[in-house]
Design a protein around this ligand. Structure first.
Ligand SMILES: [Zn+2]
Length: 354
């Protein structure tokens, strides 16, 4: 059995909706999106971007295929009778004599370009036109998803540009897929929700990344790849319980596991231990496999205390090992769960601010 920490079964319902569309291309697209999750978990953001770009193209073509395969066939091949037969295979099968004719399956290798597919689908759903510039190379935006994809595939990409790739994943690829999947199932009682399909307790971290990138942009700063670190860690932890604080222990025995975790409760260097508050970790919920609860610590911004604001600027969890340094600006702000007002008041009292 696959080892996944499950918190709800919504993704199974979403998969049923995907299957009911009866498009192989769309099923394939969703498999590709799930694979992109794994690449994000492995810090391969560039390859994740390539897969998500690919998934978008598949959903667009799938949507045209649902009307008729001829809409995705490259017109230059349609003069060839073999191709024409394969496109019209179903029609042939309904003709009394056509059923006997030998016909190959339609070859999806020979299809229209991404841009053509986008424009054709935009006639069905005009609202997607506003995404055109952010998705396609035409229009000259160097941060357009497909332009970044081409740079990665043809010029090997550049790890120093990971912030741009992460921004394209979080602000373009995933929100566009959310909208597109919702649109193509808008007639259903409950349209597809990408967040549920990708397990909403993990997808929470996409919203965290969006918040961080938005704050960086408002501050006039470039996008930073660390915005997606919680998503990467959450994917890995949910699927493999790795990285774990146990990994660098010499020996683990079941009986003293709690003591092993407890022994790790040290603060990272440079942190003031007095300026921390216990919180639940949104990734592992601070429970060890033997159900001991060891709260995570949020490091509080000392300067903000003067304004009577208890704002986290760092985070460490002793169970799943996720850590945020204060240098990762805005990350703790969006990742750490809301601090209980009573706890915050108590904290301010302890420092004599109330
Ligand atoms: Zn944790």
């Amino acid at each position: 059995m696959k080892h996944v920490l499950i918190q709800s079964g919504h993704f199974l319902t979403e998969w049923e909706k995907v299957s009911s569309l009866k498009s192989q291309l769309i099923v394939s697209a969703v498999n590709v999106i799930e694979s992109a999750y794994w690449l994000i978990g492995g810090d391969h953001y560039q390859q994740a971007l390539v897969l998500l770009d690919n998934a978008i193209e598949l959903v667009l073509k799938g949507e045209l295929e649902r009307i008729h395969p001829v809409l995705v066939a490259d017109h230059r091949n349609l003069g060839d009778f073999e191709t024409l037969k394969s496109v019209l295979k179903d029609a042939f099968r309904q003709h009394p004599a056509g059923a006997q004719v030998s016909i190959a399956d339609f070859d999806f290798e020979r299809t229209i370009y991404f841009e053509t597919a986008f424009d054709r689908v935009a006639e069905l759903y005009p609202s997607i036109r506003s995404w055109r510039k952010r998705l396609l190379t035409k229009g000259g935006d160097p941060n357009a998803l497909h332009a970044l994809r081409n740079g990665i595939m043809h010029y090997k990409g550049d790890r120093d540009e990971n912030g741009r790739y992460v921004a394209a994943i979080v602000e373009v690829a995933l929100p566009f897929l959310e909208e597109l999947l919702k649109l193509i199932t808008q007639q259903a009682a409950e349209p597809i929700r990408l967040s549920h399909l990708l397990k909403e307790w993990i997808y929470r971290e996409v919203e965290v990344a969006k918040g961080v990138l938005s704050d960086l942009q408002s501050a006039g700063r470039a996008p930073e790849a660390y915005a997606i670190a919680p998503l990467a860690h959450h994917i890995l932890w949910s699927h493999t319980r790795w990285p774990s604080p146990q990994d660098d222990l010499d020996m683990v025995t079941m009986n003293d596991e709690w003591y092993d975790y407890a022994a790790r409760q040290k603060f990272p260097s440079g942190w003031d231990g007095d300026l921390t508050i216990d919180v639940d970790c949104p990734i592992c919920h601070s429970f060890t496999p033997d159900n001991s609860h060891i709260p995570a610590k949020a490091l509080i911004n000392g300067e903000k205390l003067n304004e009577k604001i208890v704002a986290p600027e760092g985070f460490i969890c002793y169970i799943c090992g996720f850590q945020i340094e204060p240098t990762q600006t805005y990350l703790a702000k969006h990742f750490v769960p809301a601090i209980d007002p009573d706890k915050a008041t108590e904290f301010l009292k302890d420092f004599g601010f109330v």
